[in-house]
Design a protein around this ligand. Structure first.
Ligand SMILES: [Zn+2]
Length: 137
């Protein structure tokens, strides 16, 4: 045999080409089923990990989803990353070019430039997350 672990279907085909004995198909199936390597190796598609869950927000700016992409081609001002911010309730989206993905850089944009921060400053009530970010700066 090949020495490989081919799975039942291919092993049946290999045995059929080389040998015959009564109930050989059953024996091959049993053999494959008992092979530890074959039992721990998954063939074919991986199962889906799980359905995406909706991110629920009950009012505008209750949450802020943000993401960082890049590196992208460098802008004239030296930015290579894009920070995107999305309010999952209103779907308001903002994007900011940033030169790096250091915590202080991201915190500065979140605190100083996003509408979320703007609203927080206007309302004079800084959400805990903004206060924590300001400590980073
Ligand atoms: Zn095997």
């Amino acid at each position: 045999m090949t020495g490989g672990h081919l799975g039942v279907r291919r092993t049946l085909a290999q045995v059929q080409r080389r040998a015959f004995w009564p109930r050989w198909r059953n024996d091959v199936r049993t053999f494959c089923r008992r092979c530890a390597s074959c039992q721990t190796y998954r063939r074919g598609k991986l199962p889906r990990i799980g359905a995406l869950q909706p991110i629920l927000a009950e009012e505008p700016f209750e949450r802020l989803n943000f993401d960082l992409t890049g590196p992208h081609p460098r802008t004239r001002r030296g930015s290579v990353y894009i920070l995107t911010c999305l309010c999952p309730f209103s779907k308001l989206a903002e994007a900011f070019p940033v030169p790096n993905k250091e915590a202080a850089t991201i915190a500065r944009v979140l605190v100083e430039q996003t509408i979320y921060a703007d609203l927080a400053h206007r309302s004079k009530v800084l959400p805990t997350v903004v206060v924590r970010l300001m400590v980073l700066l």
